[in-house]
Design a binder for this molecule. Structure first.
Ligand code: ATP
Length: 748
C-alpha cells in the first residue's frame, strides 16, 4: 500500500484543483509563510475524517471552503481526494455484520466534501460511505484517527502535553490497536442494543406468561375432556348398542308373550261364556215347568177334595133319601123332561167348574148345583118321585166319580210328568255342577291370564320407561359428544372373556364421566386451541429470540473480552518495543540520557468535557457516561545527560521538541504507518540536531512515506521530491514541483 496522490479542490486557500504526487519516500513541501503549506497538511487530516475543527484551524465546515478574494469568487464547496495504491489489496472494510466488503481495487480513493451548509460527504471509490467506514478502512492499514502520523505545526510536543489517557490512546493508535478499539466500541454498542432487545423480549414474554398459562390450563382441561370424550364415546357405543339390542329383544319377547296370553285369554273367555249360556237356558226352563206342573197338581188336588166332599154329601144325601124312601111311601113324581133339564143344567155347571181354577168359584158353582137339586127335595112336597131323586143323586154321584176318575187319571199323568221332570232336573243339576266346576277352572285360568297380561303391561311400561331413558341418554350423548355416537348401530358388542360389564356399571361409568365433562366445559375448545397455538408459537418465537439474543450477548461479551485482552497484551508488548526505539532515538538526539514510557494503573475520574465536534456520530459516543473507569495511562520518563531535571515541563523548547521527535519516531518505527506528515517539526532544531533529524527521516522513510513541511535546508536536502507553494495576489495558493535549489529559494 502506498500513498499516490492528493487532490485539493476549493479547500481553504487552494481555490483551484491542485494535485500532489507522492512518488518519492520523502516529499517536502516548501514555501513562504502563509502560502498554504499547513493547509495541505490539514487537507490530509480532513480527507482522512478529522473531526476536530480546531486541528484544522476553523470554527465550522464553512471555514474549509475557499472564501474568495478580490478577483476570485468564493467556493460553494471544498473537496479533497486521496489515492492509495492498493495493488497488494491490503485495505479491508467490514459491514455492520462483520462481513468483508469487496475492496478489490488497485487504487483506493477516499474523497470528502463539505458544503456551504456544513454538510459532509464521504465517498469511497465512488460510493458514498459513512465516517465510521472511513475510520474502519484506515484502521485496517494502520492509519489511526488520533492523527499520530500527522504532526501539525507546533504540535510535535502534543504527546508531551497530553494527559496520560490521551497518551495511551496515541500509543494504542500508533501500535495499530485502534481497529480493535473500534471493534470493541462497535460490539459494545451492539451489546447494548442486544441487551435492550433482550429486555423487551423478556418483558413481552412476561406479559404473555399469564395468558399463556391460562390458555395452557384451558387446553389441558380441553385435552383431558377430549380423552374423556373418547372414553365416553366407547362406553356410549357399547352401552347404547347393548341397550338397543336388549330393548328390541325384550319388546319382541313381551309382544309374543302378550299375544300368546291374549289368544289364550280369548279362548278361555269364550269357553266361560259358553258355559254360562248352557247354564241359564236348560235348568231354568225345567224348574219353571216343574213349578207350573206342581201348581196344576195342587189345583187338581183341591178340585179332587172338593169333589170328594161333594161325593160324600151326595152319598149322604143318597143314604138319607133311601132311608126316607123306606120310611115314606109317597114319592114325588118328576117328569122325564124335568130331569133331563136339571141334568143338563148340572152338567153345564160342572163343565164350568172344570174351567175354573179358584176353589171359591168352584164352590159357587157347586152351590148353584145344590140349589138346582133342591127342586127335587121332598120339602117341596114332591115325594112322588123320590126314587127318581135318588137316581139323580146316584147319577150325579157317578158323574162325579167319573169326573174324579178322569181327574185322577190326569193327576196320575201329571205326577208322572213331575217325576220325569224331577229326574231330568236332577240329571241337569248334576250336569250343571260339572259345568260350574269347569267354569270355575276357566275363571281361575282367566284370572291368571289377566294377571299375566297385567304383568306384561307393567313390564311393557317399565320397558317403555327404559326406552325413554335410552332415547334421553342418546340425546344427551349427542349433545355432549356429537352425532358420531349414533354410529353405535354399527358397533360390535365387545365380547370380553372376563365377565361382561353390566349395563348398570356402564351407565354408572358414563354418568361419572359426564359429570367430569360437564365440569370441564368443552364449549370453546376449538378457539382456545387456536389461540393457545398462536400464543405458544409467539412465545416460542420469543424464546428462540431470547436464546439467539443470549447467544449473541455471550459471543459479544466474549469478543469484547478477547479484544480487550488482545489490546492489553499487544499494548504491553508494543510499549516495550517502543521503549527500545525511544531509548535509542533519545540518546541519539541528546547524546546520552534515558527516555522511557511506563504504564500506570487506571484511576477513576470524571470525564472531561470534550470539544464540540461536527459529526453527530462522534458526539453520541462522547456523550456516554460521565464517570468511568479510565484505562491504564502512559507516563513519559526522561533523564537528560548531565542534567538532573526529570520533569517534562522543566525542559526547554528544543529539549521538548527533541524528546517529542524521539518518541514519535520511536512509535513510528515499532509499527510504521504507511505515511507520516510532519509540519515544521524541525523548526526548533539547531544545525547539528537538524542533521540527526535528517538521518532519522531517512531511517523512517524505509518503512513509511514522509510528507514534510519545512523551512529547513538540511531537511529539504533529504527529500526525493519537492513542492513549492506560493500564494498569489488573487489569494489562492499555487503548487509547483521544484528542484532543491529552487526550493531553498522559495522557502525563504
Ligand atoms: P507558515 O509557513 O507561516 O506556517 P503556511 O504556508 O503554513 O505558513 P498556511 O497557514 O497554510 O501557510 O496558510 C494560511 C493561509 O491560507 C492564510 O493566508 C489564510 O488566509 C489562507 N486561508 C486559510 N483559509 C482560507 C480560506 N478558507 N479561503 C482562502 N484562504 C484561506
Amino acid at each position: 500500500m502506498r500513498l499516490k496522490t492528493l487532490e485539493l479542490n476549493g479547500f481553504k486557500s487552494f481555490a483551484q484543483k491542485t494535485v500532489l504526487e507522492f512518488g518519492n519516500p520523502i516529499v517536502c513541501v516548501v514555501g513562504p509563510n502563509g502560502s498554504g503549506k499547513s493547509n495541505v497538511v490539514e487537507s490530509i487530516r480532513y480527507v482522512l475524517g478529522e473531526q476536530s475543527m480546531k486541528s484544522m484551524r476553523g470554527k465550522s465546515g464553512l471555514d474549509l471552503i475557499f472564501k474568495g478574494s478580490k478577483n476570485l469568487s468564493k467556493g460553494s464547496h471544498a473537496s479533497v481526494s486521496i489515492y492509495f495504491d492498493n495493488s497488494d489489496k491490503i485495505f479491508k472494510l467490514e459491514n455492520d455484520n462483520g462481513d468483508n466488503i469487496n475492496l478489490n481495487f488497485d487504487t483506493v480513493s477516499i474523497s470528502r466534501e463539505v458544503f456551504s451548509d456544513g454538510l459532509n460527504k464521504y465517498v469511497l471509490n465512488g460510493t458514498e460511505v459513512r465516517l465510521k467506514d472511513i475510520h474502519n478502512l484506515l484502521a485496517s492499514v494502520n492509519i489511526g484517527s488520533s492523527g499520530h502520523h500527522i504532526i501539525s505545526q507546533g504540535e510535535a510536543d502534543r504527546i508531551l502535553n497530553a494527559n496520560i489517557q490521551d497518551r495511551r490512546e496515541m500509543v494504542e493508535d500508533a501500535l495499530g490497536l485502534k481497529i480493535y478499539q473500534y471493534k470493541i466500541k462497535e460490539s459494545t454498542r451492539k451489546l447494548e442494543r442486544t441487551e435492550e432487545n433482550m429486555k423487551e423480549v423478556t418483558l413481552l414474554r412476561r406479559e404473555n406468561a399469564p395468558h399463556l398459562n391460562f390458555l395452557k390450563k384451558q387446553v389441558e382441561k380441553f385435552e383431558k375432556g377430549k380423552v374423556m370424550q373418547a372414553e365416553l364415546t366407547v362406553l356410549y357405543k357399547e352401552y347404547l348398542k347393548k341397550e338397543d339390542v336388549y330393548l328390541e329383544k325384550e319388546k319382541a319377547h313381551l309382544l309374543a308373550e302378550r299375544n300368546k296370553i291374549k289368544s289364550e285369554l280369548e279362548s278361555v273367555a269364550g269357553k266361560i261364556s259358553l258355559t254360562e249360556d248352557k247354564n241359564s237356558s236348560a235348568g231354568n226352563k225345567k224348574i219353571e215347568e216343574l213349578r207350573l206342573v206342581e201348581k196344576k197338581i195342587n189345583e187338581i188336588s183341591a178340585v179332587k177334595s172338593e169333589m170328594e166332599r161333594k161325593l160324600g154329601r151326595i152319598e149322604g144325601m143318597i143314604e138319607m133319601e133311601e132311608r126316607r124312601a123306606e120310611q115314606k111311601e109317597d114319592v114325588v113324581e118328576i117328569s122325564q123332561e124335568e130331569v133331563k133339564s136339571v141334568i143338563n143344567e148340572i152338567n153345564q155347571s160342572i163343565d164350568l167348574a172344570f174351567g175354573k181354577e179358584s176353589v171359591s168359584e168352584i164352590r159357587d158353582i157347586l152351590g148353584r148345583i145344590k140349589d138346582i137339586l133342591k127342586k127335587f127335595s121332598p120339602e117341596k112336597g114332591e115325594t112322588a118321585n123320590k126314587n127318581f131323586e135318588i137316581q139323580n143323586l146316584k147319577k150325579t154321584q157317578n158323574e162325579i166319580l167319573a169326573e174324579m176318575a178322569k181327574i185322577e187319571e190326569e193327576e196320575a199323568k201329571i205326577r208322572q210328568t213331575i217325576e220325569k221332570l224331577k229326574e231330568d232336573l236332577n240329571k241337569e243339576t248334576e250336569a250343571l255342577r260339572d259345568l260350574e266346576r269347569e267354569k270355575f277352572t276357566y275363571k281361575v285360568r282367566h284370572q291368571e291370564l289377566t294377571s299375566a297380561l297385567e304383568l306384561i303391561s307393567i313390564k311393557e311400561g317399565s320397558l317403555k320407561a327404559r326406552e325413554d331413558s335410552f332415547q334421553n341418554e342418546m340425546k344427551e350423548g349427542v349433545a355432549l359428544i356429537g352425532q358420531e355416537i349414533l354410529a353405535y348401530k354399527n358397533h360390535q358388542i365387545s365380547e370380553s372373556t372376563e365377565g361382561e360389564i353390566s349395563q348398570e356399571d356402564l351407565k354408572r361409568k358414563i354418568e361419572r364421566i359426564k359429570i367430569k365433562l360437564e365440569d370441564a366445559g368443552l364449549g370453546s375448545g376449538v378457539e382456545v386451541m387456536k389461540e393457545f397455538k398462536e400464543v405458544t408459537e409467539r412465545d416460542e418465537f420469543l424464546a428462540k429470540e431470547m436464546e439467539d439474543l443470549t447467544k449473541s450477548i455471550e459471543s459479544l461479551k466474549k469478543l469484547i473480552a478477547d479484544l480487550k485482552e488482545k489490546i492489553d497484551i499487544e499494548f504491553k508488548e508494543g510499549v516495550k518495543k517502543i521503549n527500545v526505539e525511544f531509548q535509542e532515538f533519545f540518546s541519539l538526539m541528546f547524546g546520552g540520557g534515558t527516555g522511557s514510557l511506563s504504564i500506570i494503573a487506571p484511576a477513576k475520574k470524571k470525564k472531561a468535557e470534550k470539544e464540540v465536534e461536527f459529526d453527530e456520530e462522534e458526539i453520541e459516543i462522547e456523550m456516554e457516561e460521565e464517570e468511568e473507569m479510565l484505562p491504564e495511562g502512559i507516563e513519559i520518563n526522561v533523564s537528560l545527560p548531565h542534567k538532573k531535571v526529570k520533569e517534562l515541563h522543566a525542559l526547554s523548547g528544543g529539549e521538548r521538541s527533541l524528546t517529542s521527535i524521539a518518541l514519535l519516531f520511536a512509535m513510528s518505527q515499532v509499527n510504521p504507518p504507511p505515511f507520516l506528515v510532519l509540519d515544521e517539526t524541525d523548526a526548533a532544531l539547531d544545525e547539528s540536531n537538524s542533521r540527526k533529524y535528517g538521518d532519522m527521516l531517512e531511517k523512517l522513510s524505509k518503512h513509511s512515506q514522509l510528507i514534510v513541511v519545512t523551512h529547513n535546508r538540511e531537511t529539504m536536502s533529504r527529500a526525493g521530491a519537492l513542492y513549492g507553494v506560493t500564494i498569489g495576489a488573487n489569494g489562492a495558493s499555487k503548487l509547483l514541483s521544484v528542484k532543491f535549489e529552487e526550493a531553498t529559494q522559495i522557502a525563504k
